[in-house]
Design a protein around this ligand. Structure first.
Ligand code: MC0
Length: 146
């Protein structure tokens, strides 16, 4: 079962400037930041609200770390904006298998490491009416902003 919006991923050219926009305009603070070399992104997670299933909902600001990354490619084509939506689930393996069985392309054979130790996979945007869709099982987390 998909139980919440885990995050909305927003691609940007300059992470620090974008973080400052969200802080100054809305008052959202960085809860966590990290570099994910596998995905080719530097990211900041801004917590929007907690949820009852142990997860939370975030805005995820993404800056590419290399030109051949998926986010760099997307930015070059579209400019800044909403890059993907991520649904939270207690069991990403079961959800991915179920959705794959419905004929939607699941991009990873096995879930990979996502933000804050989560396990993630993606669904192809062309099978989801143009929306790159991520499935997330979050790990129990403490704030690790530094
Ligand atoms: C590409 N397309 C998108 C899209 N990216 N449509 C909607 N939203 C997006 N974000 C469309 C393109 O416009 C194109 O359509 C078609 O999909 C093929 O795209 P492409 O540019 O030729 O690129 P591909 O095929 O090499 O790759 C697309 C694909 C890739 C979705 C497979 O971006 C991918 O593997 N994404 C999953 C990983 C990812 O995005 N990681 C970054 C976030 P046309 O009509 O022109 O053919 S990492 C993250 O978020 C982690 C850290 C986390 O949450 O914890």
């Amino acid at each position: 079962m998909l139980t919440r919006i885990d995050h909305i991923g927003i691609a940007c050219f300059d992470l620090d400037k974008t973080v400052e926009f969200y802080r100054a305009t809305y008052g959202f603070e960085v809860f966590h930041s990290e570099v994910n070399e596998e995905q080719g992104v530097r990211e900041a997670m801004l917590k929007i609200n907690d949820t009852s299933d142990g997860g939370a909902s975030y805005l995820q600001l993404l800056e590419p770390t290399r030109e051949d990354s998926t986010v760099a490619k997307w930015l070059a084509k579209n400019g800044e904006g909403v890059h993907h939506i991520a649904f939270g689930t207690a069991d990403v393996d079961a959800e991915a298998a179920d959705i794959r069985g419905k004929g939607v392309r699941v991009l990873y054979e096995e879930p990979r490491r996502g933000s804050m130790g989560s396990r993630i996979t993606f669904l192809h945007p062309k099978d989801c009416h143009g929306v790159l869709t991520e499935l997330v099982t979050s790990a129990p987390v403490e704030s690790s902003e530094h």
